[in-house]
Design a protein around this ligand. Sequence first.
Ligand SMILES: C[S@@+](CC[C@H](N)C(=O)[O-])C[C@H]1O[C@@H](n2cnc3c(N)ncnc32)[C@H](O)[C@@H]1O
Length: 362
Amino acid sequence: MRFIGNKEALSAKIYALLQKHQVMNHTNNQIFFDMFAGSASIGRFFKAKGLQVYSCDMLYFSFCLQRAYLQNNQIPTFEGLSNIIESSQILPHSLFSNETSPYQKVLSFLNTLPSTKGFIFHNYAPSGSKNLPQPRMYFSDTNAGKIDSIRAQIETWRQKQVISENEYFILLATLIESVSLFANVAGVYAAFCKSWDKRALKDFKLKEIEILCSNKEHFCFCGDSLEVLNNFTQTFDILYLDPPYNHRQYAPNYHLIETIAKYDNPKIKGVAGLREWQHQKSTFCNAKTALASLEQIASSKKYKTLVLSYNSEGIMQKEEINAILKPLGKVAFESFTYPRFKSNAKKGDKYIKEYVWIVQVS
Ligand SMILES: C[S@@+](CC[C@H](N)C(=O)[O-])C[C@H]1O[C@@H](n2cnc3c(N)ncnc32)[C@H](O)[C@@H]1O
């Protein structure tokens, strides 16, 4: 998904660095904890490599992605929905060819639901929010209504227990991933575009996500990683840290995805219709508290190898990070150049330097 700091394009590079520094063993039979999971891209990569993955993020929509991509280990059968879908009058029968998986059939069904006027329509589409001084243009009227009907249907299925918990999170993750393909934003959700991007004018459709199965059990958490780590008595082979690197908090920048994931009719305010997010403030978005939090994780002794991804524009300085990590073991430092996140591109160079620290406890 479009997400600041998404490491999808960098995961192979990070893996190669871990190989270079002999962190990976031959069987990949290791436990990897992605403490700032975001889009779950790093977890997916290491799950596919055969590792056991733990992951955490304070945002609930990230947790939904983690549950679907990491903790789930089954191709969904949607057994509880076979009657509902196959008896539906809305669908043309051609959609039910033998080649179509149950998951695709469920998405086809959801894609044909008529638009309804729910929370997203009333607050984030121009007609629904027309009484505001500046009506919100996050989604077209029809697409906002589609998102409402799909989200409500997923919840109803779960309440009636006709879909399993894994199937529930697979459908939520599918909706979350798809929404970002139709949102009228420049990258993040702190503001909407004042004219329609062509992406937002297309008819909303759910796009299948990749289901990844492995023979390991994986565990996902929603909350402050520092607290979650405190609750473990075990040691992780690899503790991977990819914290925010500047003052920009993630919660307000992705408030709308969080609301679609939770669908909890929150009180919202301001031009952008922000939900309350103070409880999701990250200490990594302030230089002083970031260093203190890094020190807390680094001194936890709950890892054999600590890997920190950061970059040249981060609010913690390289020397300050070195001072925390150096006393802990053998420290390797790597850096490479890569293209900046799109919505930040106008702010300077098109490229940015990625930093990776690898700390191996002796
Ligand atoms: C740079 S992004 C991670 C990107 C991720 N590696 C990916 O590939 O998508 C930082 C993430 O850390 C999360 N975060 C910030 N502080 C946190 C904390 N104290 N505990 C858990 N998650 C936190 C943010 O919500 C955000 O998703």
